[in-house]
Design a protein around this ligand. Sequence first.
Ligand code: AMP
Length: 215
Amino acid sequence: MRIVMLGAPGSGKGTQAKLLESDRGVPQISTGDLLRTAVAEGTELGLIARAVMEAGELVSDAIVSAMIKERFGAADAAGGFILDGYPRTLAQAEDLNGVLGELGLELDAVILMDVSTGVLMKRLTGRRTCSKTGKLLNIYFSPPEELAACRDAGGELLRRDDDNEEAIANRLAVYERQTAPLIDYYRGRGLLKTVAAEGAVDEIQARLRSALGLA
Ligand code: AMP
């Protein structure tokens, strides 16, 4: 399985990709996660990426495409991958074509996670991670007992550095300007499948599997 998850920040690409990963045994590859690791480790790349990410802007195409190329070389990606957050520009989509072409591979599908702007805003402004359990929560959507469980475990509800209002507005604008053109790009190649991505996580996962023709 070689698929791309496309959608605005907060559309649930990561959540759904992780579920698919554990079910199908193909790795979710998130450029956002790879960049956050580089920032946390304080590597040269991390130092370059940090300010760009905090402002909600895009890291350069050359950097992320090189990261992806390297990641494809890892053993766990030999049987396929679920790309989450890459490509994000037309130039990255062309880079991806090039890398896959060199490897003699093709994409099976590009999934568009379709979510209204109002829901995106609540998902992003409400998104938290429990410092103790690492569980991804939302102050608007998570059951109160799950939020309480984090506090009871002695955890704090942490916000991602780029989940502040200003950066969120910018990330959504950047998505519209730079990433949304990929919808027509992949539709034109006959790869696009749209999934209604509002509602319960397991319902969305069921829609995603049916869009991919999985049992
Ligand atoms: P994400 O976790 O996918 O929301 O990504 C967080 C941030 O990492 C984005 O707002 C960008 O600053 C950066 N980033 C992640 N993926 C890419 C990409 N494919 N191209 C450029 N920047 C990216």
